[in-house]
Design a protein around this ligand. Structure first.
Ligand code: ATP
Ligand code: MG
Length: 281
């Protein structure tokens, strides 16, 4: 009996958060450890299914940097990065597309569906809904120019959970398309569909200071200072830049969340303090 009462209390504790986010769209960038460890993957799938079934509208954008680097090296293609962004020649783009669309996307879709979700996998080439252009010096790694929100909005209206691979089309005919950093893809999509929140799941506690202490809340000025003194480097650069972009587009809050923590998503959304680094206006 006591245990049942506890269950009911736990549900009631979640009620204010369910009410606050009911019907709201939350873009989740799924990357880092949460995307690799089998136990964490399973918990992520449970969390997303729960969010969806209590009336929130999660949209997943996934990364896959580690798997792309791994397969590239097996094929004798060297991975190269500039400011945290991958340099893609034609072969690296092929590998990125195979890994992201062929392997990771389908795996996430199955995982969500196994847990009772209604997931559907797409990438920016579907209906040409994400158009990109080249970034000087990065080959086929591109930046998003334009997102047509209609396809995603239709899917979420029908209660599907869109799972989006960060590959985009080009405006030029017969162009092979672009590999997009998943963080920038997530923020562009969050802006286009007017998401309430964007959450970047990764494999650190959040944004850390020079002493490796978690920073709980950052403004644009804080982020610029941390980049200027090289506290924020590598893969964290596109992440914080994307968080700021999303906010500029009108998303209320961006979070950089520790995907190594079990049920990190529920801890972030259903508790008052959360566990992430928050980037706010
Ligand atoms: N100040 C900082 N605080 C925390 N992490 C930082 C900081 N500066 C750089 N990093 C690095 O950024 C990394 C996160 O970005 P990374 O691109 O490696 O992962 P991801 O974006 O989660 O995954 P993927 O790129 O595969 O989608 C951390 O693992 C850490 O090494
Ligand atoms: Mg990254």
């Amino acid at each position: 009996m006591q245990a049942h009462i506890q269950t009911v209390k736990t549900l009631l504790d979640a009620l204010p958060y369910i009410r606050r986010f009911y019907g709201e769209t939350i873009v989740i960038k799924y990357g880092g450890a949460a995307q690799i460890d089998p136990a964490l993957k399973d918990k992520f799938a449970q969390d997303v299914t729960l969010l969806s079934l209590v009336g929130m509208k999660p949209v997943i954008v996934h990364g896959g940097g580690k798997s792309i680097t791994e397969l590239s090296s097996q094929l004798g293609i060297k991975a190269e990065f500039r400011n945290g962004l991958r340099v893609s020649d034609r072969d690296s783009l092929r590998v990125a597309q195979m890994v992201l669309c062929g392997e990771i996307n389908t795996e996430i879709v199955s995982m969500l569906n196994d847990h009772g979700g209604k997931a559907i996998g797409i990438n920016g080439k579907d209906g040409g809904f994400v158009k990109a252009q080249a970034i000087e010096g990065l080959g086929f790694t591109g930046e998003v120019r334009e997102v047509n929100p209609d396809l995603i909005l239709r899917l979420i209206e029908d209660r599907f959970v869109p799972v989006i691979a960060p590959i985009a089309s080009s405006n030029e005919p017969s162009h092979p398309g672009f590999n997009i950093n998943a963080d920038t893809m997530a923020s562009a999509i969050a802006g286009a569909i007017r998401a309430k929140k964007v959450i970047f799941m990764t494999d650190t506690a959040g944004v850390l200071d020079k002493e490796k202490k978690l920073l709980r809340s950052l403004s644009r000025a804080d982020v610029e200072a941390l980049k200027a003194d090289s506290t924020i480097v590598g893969g964290m650069i596109p992440k914080v830049d994307s968080a700021l972009e999303a906010i500029k587009y009108g998303v209320e809050k961006a979070h950089i969340l520790d995907g190594r923590v079990e049920h990190a998503l529920l801890l972030e959304i259903f508790t008052s303090q959360g566990i992430s680094t928050e980037i706010t206006r």
